[in-house]
Design a protein around this ligand. Structure first.
Ligand code: DC
Length: 234
């Protein structure tokens, strides 16, 4: 079993990944709360860069050519605050601004730029330097924190993921037909995510796979918390 790294003053690093709709973000937040750790939502960093690039009027079709200097100049920072990280651009808190439809529509384009991923890797590693962290997102256990003490890969049957996603969107109790249609969309996205050239969806070889299909949200959180306590040595 992996032993905790002694050079992390605040605790171990837990890396959570999984396909769209696997519940990795909400699980990461709840696990962090239970352990008294911080939640590092890596997607928020991609979102903040996207917001900053849009605000700086850099056309989206020029993002592939962004240099590290230009990325530095966007002045995006993630500062630990309470149980999470507050994302700022030029000192402004952009926590709400990064959840707008405009950012939703552009962020995957930003996340597909290799130079952006490279640049963010340093920012994410720096944010996690003290440990005591539950980090979620693509590449988090394979590239960003390959030495995380616990890597968990959350999976669930496509229909269950579809049901959860539809409920999240306020659809109440979705019809079987709606669930089937959403499941098809999710499977299509899995295929694109797994086949894309940059940061494809991939499970780390040493990840613990947790099938959450039959688990309640609480049970899913508990499964990760239990593993984390084992890895942290109690
Ligand atoms: O989880 P989210 O919706 O906030 O993620 C925003 C976008 O960034 C989404 O297109 C996935 C991408 N992303 C990524 O490529 N790698 C990460 N570690 C986190 C998010």
């Amino acid at each position: 079993m992996t032993q905790p790294k002694l050079n992390r003053p605040d605790g171990i690093i837990i890396a959570l990944d999984g396909p769209a709709g696997s519940g990795k973000s909400s699980t990461a937040r709840a696990v962090a709360e239970r352990l008294g750790y911080r939640h590092l939502d890596s997607g928020a960093f991609y979102r903040a860069l996207t917001w900053a690039a849009l605000r700086a009027n850099i056309p989206a079709d020029e993002w592939t050519a962004l240099t590290p200097e230009q990325l530095d100049a966007l002045d995006v920072h993630g500062a630990p605050e309470g149980r999470s990280y507050t994302l700022t651009v030029s000192g402004w808190d952009v926590s709400d601004a990064i959840r707008t439809p405009e950012v939703n529509a552009h962020v995957s384009r930003m996340a597909a730029v290799p130079a952006v991923r490279e640049w963010l890797m340093d920012a994410l590693r720096e944010a996690g330097a003290r440990g005591g962290l539950v980090a979620d997102g693509r590449d988090i256990g394979t590239v960003v924190f390959p030495d995380a003490e616990l890597k968990a890969y959350l999976v669930a049957a496509p229909e269950e993921r579809a049901r959860r996603r539809l409920r999240e969107q306020g659809c109440g109790d979705p019809s079987a037909e709606n669930v089937r249609a959403e499941a098809r969309r999710l499977l299509g996205r899995d295929e694109i995510d797994a086949g894309r050239p940059v940061a494809p969806l991939a499970e780390a070889a040493d990840a613990v796979r947790i099938d959450t299909t039959a688990l309640s949200f609480e049970a899913q959180v508990e499964a990760v918390v239990r593993l984390a306590r084992e890895r942290a040595g109690g």
